[in-house]
Write a protein that binds this ligand. Structure first.
Ligand code: NAG
Ligand code: NAG
Ligand code: NAG
Length: 254
């Protein structure tokens, strides 16, 4: 017998299972505390609250509008040094923290050249927990582990880097096991170790380009307390529940 409740459940479950979150879109409702207090949205006012290490005309950090969204543009000129030790944009948290979720959108403009880098670190210990490095399609590494198929399989698919192509990155930190779970465009990619395995907490987030003559972009960086910045983690858990419900209602009906 098909009752109205069955039809309602079937409809709900069907909608939930086929619902596909826009891969680059993110909800703004923060569920866990954002330790950046929204300052990872790069309006010029927010950008001014970050610190430029070793300021130099060769490295520019700009607040720009990319398709209507405030973005951080990092431009390293030809004369800039090839270094990861200086010329960063940093934000020091007001306290030492153990975040559960780091999320951001990135867009790299150089086909094979490392230009879009982000670190979470303990600046007193000089130890990094998350080291994100990217140079467009062939190259996305977290703590030295390649996250997508490397050059051979992706080289044909490389997009025109002048056309903005944003990828959402979610990194979940497990401080007990000192490991990370990495998602690109909300698809699980890998579980990897912290860069250093003996770091009690972090106090700084840092973004930069490694190579001279490059340009990289970030949007909507959030560093959040448990459970997650915008409910993405719970949406991952809820989907299987709705899938089960769909199957159960189908079995009940037929
Ligand atoms: C910090 O650590 C890096 C390696 O992770 C090293 O290259 C650098 O020299 C260290 N800086 C200081 C001030 O000790
Ligand atoms: C990728 O392609 C290069 C050049 O054709 C080849 O030398 C290399 O072995 C390939 N690597 C893999 C992992 O297939
Ligand atoms: C993520 O999705 C966007 C939009 O569909 C796409 O342009 C981008 O290449 C994707 N990133 C990765 C690493 O697949």
């Amino acid at each position: 017998m098909i009752s109205q409740i069955h039809i309602f459940l079937l409809f709900q479950a069907f909608i939930q299972v086929i619902a596909n979150t826009d891969q680059t879109q993110q909800t703004t409702a923060a569920i866990g505390v954002d330790y950046l207090n929204g300052q990872g949205t790069f309006t010029s006012t927010n950008l001014a609250l970050w610190q430029v290490d070793s300021p130099s005309p060769d490295v520019q950090f700009n607040s720009v509008d990319v398709n209507g969204v405030y973005s951080l543009q990092i431009v390293k000129s030809k004369g800039a040094p090839l270094t990861f030790l200086t010329h960063h944009l940093s934000y020091k948290f007001t306290e030492n923290i153990n975040p559960a979720h780091l999320m951001f959108n990135f867009y790299s403009t150089n086909v094979n050249t490392e230009d879009t880098n982000l670190r979470l670190l303990n600046s007193n210990l000089n130890k990094t927990v998350v080291l994100f490095r990217c140079g467009n399609a062939g190259f996305v590494r977290v703590n030295d582990n390649q996250m997508i198929d490397f050059y051979n399989s992706t080289i044909e698919e490389k997009q025109d880097p002048t056309v903005p192509s944003w990828t959402r990155c979610d990194i979940f930190l497990d401080w007990n096991s000192q490991s990370l779970r990495v998602y690109l465009n909300q698809t699980f990619k890998a579980e990897v170790s912290f860069y250093f395995n003996d770091v009690p907490n972090i106090d700084t987030i840092r973004v930069y380009n490694l190579k001279p003559s490059t340009m990289g972009y970030f949007q909507n960086i959030m560093v959040c307390a448990s459970p997650s910045c915008d409910g993405f983690l719970s949406s991952l858990l809820i989907k299987p529940v709705w899938s089960c419900l769909l199957i159960i209602t189908l079995l009940l009906i037929f």
